[in-house]
Design a protein around this ligand. Structure first.
Ligand code: ARG
Length: 390
């Protein structure tokens, strides 16, 4: 009996894939895998219900801790950001793909399937992992070149209760780190997003009084919130709520996809915005100038690989080793002020600071200022010589 294992989200595209894999690809058994990476529990419940109705066998895998420890924490160490995008969808894909492959190997499947289109990045991220096996890879959305309108009608014809309607046509991808919103009128980059696309963040203009939160870091990863030790999943969930109240972490941008297509993208990611700003601020207190300069290049190279979903690329592992080493000294606290959609550091401290108040203070005489005179005489030496000639 021919079996296919589908990476299933419970959304429109992957729901439509289930009957399509039988009708158009002749698979006798469609097995669905829903990976929990911190999307809302209603989405998971709805996905489970639909899968039970539609697929032959269904697996739900809680991968939240793995997502935080093996994907989000390395991202924080790398100040991960691609053109200003915090990479939520991008870093979850390899994990979802890996879990799907595990099930396929366990059940002895013939093929792996995903519901990505041929226009986006997700097809590349899934297949970079799927193709590490010898299983056949099937992508119905890409092969059949289906429009969303066709999918909605097909879904309804198959008795699927699909939440998307033609008047609210957003394609949403959600996990603990970010919520991505695409499609419909948002495809016109000049169109201002309506408030209804946002679910995690209140409008920044809402006038909520400012709030300060304190985040504790150990070896580059967040370990406490307002002085209370906390596991990653809980800390990120809580910061999403607190930051969301202040309208922190909305991004509206034009992004360069791997294929070269430019796309208008909207995101919400309060915790990501707060944690990345806090982490970067703390790095400036503890890392040397040379480390910071070099690390910004490492961060960019890491982010680009993460965006492409190339987590098996050896360079990705090499960069992670460097990032772990640098971050071993990123310990301390950062106080972040949240207000009107902004999240700014207002205080930082660390036992590993390369900062000396005694040396730098206007009020101190520990350092002899006159010693700097010799340095100043040589600073800009060559340009001065050139200027005197002209
Ligand atoms: N542009 C983002 C990325 O490539 C997000 C894609 C989100 N997908 C969605 N269905 N909204 O990572």
């Amino acid at each position: 009996m021919s079996k296919v294992v589908l990476a299933y989200s419970g959304g429109l595209d992957t729901s439509v894939c289930i009957p399509l894999l039988r009708e158009r690809y002749d698979f006798e058994k469609v097995i669905t895998v829903l990976v929990d990476v911190g999307q809302p529990s209603q989405d998971i419940d709805r996905g489970n219900k639909r899968a039970q109705q539609l697929s032959d066998e269904h697996y739900v895998i809680d991968a939240r801790e793995e997502f935080v420890n093996d994907y989000i924490f390395p991202l924080i160490k790398a100040n991960g950001s691609y053109e200003g995008y915090v990479l939520g969808t991008a870093i979850a894909r390899p994990l979802i793909a890996r879990k799907t492959v595990d099930v396929a190997q366990q059940v002895g499947a013939d093929a792996l399937a995903h519901g990505c289109t041929g226009r986006g990045n997700d097809q590349l991220r899934f297949e970079a992992v799927f193709r590490t096996t010898d299983l056949k890879v099937v992508a119905p959305m890409r092969d059949l070149d289906l429009s969303r309108e066709w999918e909605i009608d097909y879904a309804r014809d198959h008795g699927l209760d699909v939440p998307v309607s033609k008047s609210r046509p957003w394609s949403i991808d959600e996990n603990l780190w970010s919520r991505s919103i695409e499609g419909g009128q948002l495809e016109d980059p000049f169109f201002e997003p309506p408030e209804e696309i946002y679910e995690w963040t209140r409008t920044p203009e809402s006038g909520v009084p400012p709030e300060v939160v304190e985040i504790g870091f150990q070896a580059g990863i967040p370990v406490s919130l307002n002085g209370q030790a906390m596991e990653g999943v809980e800390l990120i969930s809580r910061l999403n709520v607190i930051g969301g109240k202040h309208g922190v972490g909305r991004t509206d941008m034009v992004e360069d996809r791997v294929l070269g297509l430019k796309a208008r993208e909207n995101y919400e990611h309060p915790a990501a915005t707060i944690l990345l700003a806090a982490h970067k601020d703390l790095e400036h207190l503890v890392l040397s100038r040379a480390e910071l300069r070099f690390k910004s290049q490492v961060d960019e190279a890491w982010s680009e690989l993460a965006y492409m979903g190339l987590v098996d690329e050896p360079l990705y592992t090499d960069l992670n080793a460097f990032l772990d080493q640098c971050n071993s000294r990123v310990n301390g606290q950062v106080r972040m002020k949240l207000y009107c959609g902004r999240s700014i550091p207002v205080g930082r401290s660390s036992p590993d600071a390369l900062y000396s108040q005694d040396m730098v203070s206007f009020d101190s005489q520990t350092l002899s200022q006159r010693d700097a005179e010799g340095f100043a005489k040589y600073h800009g030496f060559q340009s001065r010589l050139l200027r005197r000639k002209g």
